[in-house]
Design a protein around this ligand. Structure first.
Ligand code: ZN
Length: 307
């Protein structure tokens, strides 16, 4: 550890959005709501519940409003809605999201494919979104996507990531996320990128979002913690991906991450057994095995509830 080991790491459950949107099976609204309810019952306090994007492009998220309408409002629980433009923001606010997330892709080609705009245009959209969300009393955060590599342009220079991070930070997000959208990153990159962004944006809380596409997800999560990051995205069962990024599969599994952290003495406020149960339940609902390891192997020691 370059810094002291943190006592607590906050987990953001992204399975209901980033996970399910890449599944060929479209789950019924009631099943999505049950998924979110289970995550919250397991102790998660921030859940990315839906994206408010064009349902023709992402049919898995077409029932975003219905999902939000069925969720009970709970103090301390944030329902995060992903938006990519102002129309999405209007829908997310009307639906009752308590947190808005926006993504700006570090590479122009990917940003164009993902949201039909250049990176610079999306940065401008984000500025409007942040202002309007903040005016509505809803907190807003932003993700710099494809920070570790682009499926179309290849390597993304660290300087480019830092520059995009600085530009989006001008709109005062309460948190900035750095995402390995296609799962190509390695720990040394995490240390470098997090270090460089922290240097330029001291005081702005950072979150990291990893995919386990090339089996480096948990190593990257550890590197992020070592670099001082205490907020991580994960998805129960390790479901996830991006429909516009070829072969981008699998967020880091929430329960695998909780196991790793818990055994290191780092609290997450979650119940590991409940997370594993939910991963197994999700397998039944999706009708296929999920990538997570703990879903198969179980915890150790048996029946220990790691807080
Ligand atoms: Zn993702």
């Amino acid at each position: 550890m370059t810094g002291p080991t943190p006592e607590f790491v906050e987990l953001i459950e992204v399975g209901p959005r980033d996970g399910l949107q890449n599944e060929p099976t479209v789950l019924p609204t009631a099943t999505k709501v049950e998924f979110i309810r289970r995550a919250i019952a397991a102790g998660v306090r921030r859940v990315e519940v839906a994206s408010f994007v064009n349902p023709r492009r992402v049919p898995q998220m077409a029932d975003a409003e219905a999902v939000l309408a069925a969720l009970p409002r709970q103090p301390g629980v944030h329902y995060v809605g992903l938006v990519l433009n102002e129309k999405g923001l209007e829908r997310a606010l009307a639906a009752g999201c308590t947190e808005i997330g926006m993504a700006v892709v570090a590479s122009d080609t990917f940003n164009q494919r993902n949201q039909g705009a250049t990176t610079a245009e999306s940065i401008a959209h984000w500025g409007q979104i942040a202002r309007r969300a903040q005016a509505a009393g809803v907190r807003a955060q932003v993700t710099v996507s494809a920070a570790f590599g682009c499926p179309f342009e290849g390597e993304v220079p660290v300087e480019r990531v830092v520059e995009v991070a600085e530009r989006v930070a001008e709109a005062h997000p309460f948190e900035l996320a750095i995402a390995d959208t296609i799962g190509v990153g390695v720990p040394s990159q995490v240390s470098e990128i997090v270090g460089r962004v922290r240097e330029r944006l001291p005081g702005l809380p950072l979150r990291c979002h990893f995919h386990n596409t090339r089996n480096t997800g948990l190593a990257n999560a550890y590197a992020a913690i070592e670099a001082g990051v205490t907020r991580l995205d994960a998805s129960i069962g390790g479901v996830g991906g991006c429909p516009f990024a070829p072969a981008a599969t699998g967020n880091i599994p929430t329960e695998d991450l909780v196991y790793l952290l818990g055994r290191m003495g780092i609290a997450t406020g979650t119940d590991l057994e409940a997370l594993i149960d939910t991963g197994r339940w999700l397998e039944g609902e999706l009708g296929r095995t999920v990538p997570g390891a703990l879903v198969k192997a179980g915890s150790f020691p048996r029946a220990s509830a790691i807080a």
